[in-house]
Ligand binder design. Sequence first.
Ligand code: PRE
Length: 361
Amino acid sequence: MSNLELEQLREKVDAVNLQILSLINERASVIQDIGKLKEKQGVNRYDPLRERHMLNLLKDNNDGPLDQKTVDHIFKEIFKSALDMQEEDIRKALLVSRKKKAEDTVITINGEQVGSGDPSFIFGPCAVESQEQVMKVAEAIGAKGLKMIRGGAYKPRTSPYDFQGLGLDGLKMLKKAADQYDLAVVSEIVTPGHLEAALDYVDVVQVGARNMQNFELLKAVGQINKPVLLKRGMSATVDEFIHAAEYIIASGNENIILCERGIRTYEKATRNTLDISAVPILKQETHLPVFVDVTHSTGRRDLLLPAAKAAIAIGADGVMAEVHPDPAVALSDAQQQMDLGQFDEYYDALMKFMKQYELKV
Ligand code: PRE
């Protein structure tokens, strides 16, 4: 074959390529319309019967030289890319997505701008146990000029025989201590039925890891006018986490803080595996503030500081950790909470680290 002949054939291929490109793009734009229709109708995007029908039609009309196996293969790839495109379109349309809203969501909590680029901190005991206990912790937090205290009053525990929390009485204790030291209350609510009464005492409603896909609870906290701290489920993918947040925003509440708290893996050296890369992914994909709970992710007091440093260095908007006046007798999570002395050292070390690397505060 002469060079000229080869050139001419390649020119033909180039022209055909352009035709194919224009046709598959024409197809893609029809598929986008189908995707929108299906989304409206709530119909499954994947439709194997439709794909079978299209493959049969192609088979009946295939005059070669491509054999049917190859044609099937090419078209299955085309169908797959159509599905991917429909999914991508839906992700772009998510209200929590960065594509929908480019600028960061900043939530003002007790005068603090959460998500503004300057890290925030939430400390407090795992569970509210007594008035005296939360008073002591609130005093230590207030002395640092911090703005929030956490404490569980409704405790979703693995065993029904473990301490279940003091309920509304616990929230009242936490609120009293918080008021005394000018702190906002962050506390978990486990069922929509508790919400109304709890809102008198809670400033930020936490949805815990075990409830990340409790869709009725997500819808209910989507209707309140207080911020929600949503923890990642222990076996949830980032995509499932983002969709859980979407439930809240779709119900009307945009003030959501995402909280990475470690995921369940085969690793036993830590209580959960801190998925630190989830932080920048969530920051890229969504416009919401992202926190890291260093206590539940590591389950180890000796790792609370390095994990917090890693969280801040990688771009988290805040860190959550547990503090108890006497962890040895704590009714839950005894081995991972800091006592008040450790809390002072921890906070000083973290501030020093942030100053050293000019990470603000
Ligand atoms: C389409 C995409 C995915 C489905 O599995 C079947 C068909 C296609 O690529 O043609 C389009 C589509 O969503 C549809 O016809 O329902």
